[in-house]
Design a protein around this ligand. Structure first.
Ligand SMILES: [Zn+2]
Ligand SMILES: [Zn+2]
Length: 356
């Protein structure tokens, strides 16, 4: 008997997803295999890449290439001309900053940013969503364009908006990202450089990433500037008649890589530094970029604001809430999917029989 499913498709939220299957429908499969959003589950759902993979890769290149050049050219200069006592700490600090930055960039772009599972019939089965997730969060009676609900938090009434795409009531600070095709809890913004949305679960890594990138750039300006300064000085001692401008030109020729890195880091400081400062301000206020753009708390008190210190601890250092998706877990397909799979198998067998 021919027993195979080449390609089966299941319906989720009006979109058809390709779903590859080679075994019995009664056997459990990975939830990641039936995930309906635009994120890309990898390593059996343990990691979740955002939809903007190309720009995420570019972000890695923009950090890795100058860092490698720094280690190869600038650090080598300190080893050759200044000595190990200076070269070793300069290289070590640079390496530590680089590794921490890479860790944060990988974390921010590969964890669930805080996706609220969609409320479709098949999804309900897969994710076992229950009524007690959030007040009014998953109301089965309200599947067809229900009115907005309200929730009171610390004396302030906030709307629980209905998402017509995900068929759920969003939590108060959640928003739907059309790029990711899902609702994100404590939505901040969609960041193409990390490939994904910035939300409740990855905001801290995003903040650490931009802050450490800023520190790396400051460090690059310091180390490359030191090399340029020492080289200018050496040229001027060598040739007493040489004026500063002439020495500067000689440096450009003798250490062009550090020269370019110096200005690259300087430009980057302006962009990532201001971003880091802005996000630090938002974190102390317990607001998101989206809250700020929507001007949510200009006319009413922000009930999430518990003071700068408590806000910083909550956003950056509190335990990470568990993902609502749990894509690395296994599930057994429900009856609807099984019937579909069986129907396809019959069709396939029928086609095989006809071919023979
Ligand atoms: Zn939504
Ligand atoms: Zn997004």
């Amino acid at each position: 008997m021919v027993y195979r499913y080449k390609l089966s498709e299941i319906m989720c939220c009006g979109r058809r997803r390709k779903y590859r299957r080679h075994h019995d429908p009664d056997l459990p499969v990975q939830r990641a295999d039936v995930y309906p959003g635009n994120h890309i589950p990898i390593a059996k759902g343990r990691l979740l890449l955002g939809p903007d993979v190309a720009t995420y890769v570019i972000a890695f290149i923009l950090i890795c290439v100058p860092s490698i050049l720094f280690f190869v050219f600038t650090c080598r200069y300190f080893v050759q001309y200044i000595g190990w006592a200076v070269a070793v700490p300069i290289t070590l600090i640079g390496f530590l900053l680089f590794m921490t930055d890479m860790y944060c960039l990988i974390r921010v772009g590969t964890i669930d940013p805080g996706i609220l599972p969609k409320n479709t019939e098949c999804y309900k089965e897969f994710f076992d969503i229950t009524e007690d997730v959030e007040p009014g969060y998953h109301n089965q009676e309200a599947l067809e364009a229900p009115p907005n609900k309200e929730i009171e938090i610390d004396g302030i009434v906030l709307p629980l908006k209905w998402c017509s795409t995900c068929k759920i009531y969003r939590t108060p600070r959640a928003s739907h990202c059309s790029r990711c095709d899902c609702c994100i809890e404590r939505f901040d913004h969609h960041c193409p450089w990390t490939g994904t949305c910035i939300g409740q679960r990855n905001h801290r890594y995003f903040f650490f990433f931009v802050t450490i990138t800023t520190l790396m750039c400051l460090y690059g300006v310091f180390a490359c500037g030191l090399q340029i300064g020492i080289t200018i000085n050496a040229f001027m001692i060598q040739d007493a008649s040489l004026y500063f401008g002439g020495a500067f030109f000689d440096v450009l020729i003798s250490c062009p890589v550090s020269f370019v890195l110096f200005f690259y880091a300087l430009i980057m400081i302006l962009s990532v530094g201001s971003l880091s400062a802005y996000h630090f301000y938002l974190i102390t206020q317990n607001q998101t970029t989206y809250d700020k753009i929507q001007d949510k708390f200009s006319h009413k008190r922000n009930p999430f604001n518990h003071g700068a210190k408590a806000n910083i601890i909550e956003v950056l250092f509190s335990p990470l809430p568990a993902s609502r998706l749990c894509l690395d877990q296994k599930i057994v397909l429900n009856e609807m999917i099984q019937e579909e799979a069986i129907a396809e198998r019959i069709t396939l067998e029928h086609e095989d029989a006809e071919q023979e």
